[in-house]
Design a protein. Structure first.
Length: 290
């Protein structure tokens, strides 16, 4: 089987919607299903980096790659879970908006940086944790992506946030990246008992149809606690309601975004597909999520 790497940006211009929590737990659940995943943390707050058990380190991020000072393979770090690797963030990314603003290639710079990894076929998914504002880094991340996954809360202002990010997707699709698609919308921090929740969910489903994932992630204390322990909730407490939801979402995500397909028979030897750097095995490394 051949692997076709897919680059997925997880983005929303509205903060506090569970964007980074979704990045961390989707990546973890996919890795436990034996999909190879590279998380690229592009948010200067580095919450995805910390949530996956890594520390911020100066010079170990996409920032020096964008500057041309390092190769991308120099900044990819394994986590303690198999199949899950990270390009961490650092505080210097906060200055990227000013530093890269005058570059002629600013819209394509993230795509150019990621190209060697994407073309290598090492990973099934490259997942980009975008900053929460539509600046140069987020725009360049969307240009580098095949599609955009939007986490939202089922609240009154959800449609306003959706209008902003889908408008940005449409503009980038028309001007720079015609292949960019809306991957889907996933509801997070859901209170299923609230009438407003059902009203918002129904409105979004009516407008976006099958682009809305069936799985909804409920509010859950364990999801909130997990980042402080540097662990995805799907590994910290795999039977909690939040973990079960993210595991179900990962299955649905894989079905909508397959990365492996059979090739027709050809004569001659097949080229080998490189494997990602293995993580250190330990007792915290589940082979799969039950």
């Amino acid at each position: 089987m051949e692997r076709r790497t897919k680059t997925i940006a997880i983005a929303n211009q509205k903060g506090g919607v569970g964007k980074t929590t979704t990045v961390v737990n989707l990546a973890a659940a996919l890795s436990a299903r034996r999909r190879t995943v590279l998380v690229v943390d592009l948010d200067p707050q580095a919450h995805a980096t910390l949530g996956l058990g890594l520390e911020k380190q100066p010079g170990v991020s996409l920032y020096p790659v964008l500057l041309g000072e390092k190769q991308i393979e120099d900044v990819i770090q394994p986590t303690k879970w198999s199949n899950l690797n990270v390009i961490a963030s650092e505080v210097d990314l906060a200055g990227a908006e000013l530093e890269f603003g005058a570059r002629e290639d600013r819209l394509e710079m993230v795509a150019a940086a990621l190209r060697p990894v994407k073309e290598s076929g090492v990973f099934d998914y490259i997942i980009l944790d975008c900053p929460p504002s539509l600046g140069i880094v987020m725009t360049s991340s969307l240009v580098a992506s095949d599609s955009v996954l939007i986490p939202i809360q089922a609240e009154f202002l959800a449609m306003d946030g959706l209008a902003l990010i889908t408008g940005s997707i449409d503009r980038i699709k028309r001007s720079v990246n015609p292949a960019l698609e809306l991957n889907g919308i996933v509801f997070t921090m859901v209170n299923a008992q609230a009438k407003l929740t059902q009203d918002v969910v129904n409105e979004v489903r009516a407008h976006f149809g099958d682009k809305v994932y069936e799985t909804m992630v409920p509010r859950n204390v364990r999801v909130s606690e997990a980042p402080s322990m540097g662990m995805p909730v799907v590994f910290l407490d795999p039977h909690s309601k939040g973990a079960e939801a993210y595991k179900a979402f990962a299955w649905e995500f894989m079905a909508k975004n397959p990365t492996r397909f059979e090739l027709p028979p050809v004569s001659g030897p097949q080229p080998a597909i490189p494997s990602p750097q293995p993580s250190d095995a330990n007792s915290d490394s589940p082979a799969a999520i039950s």
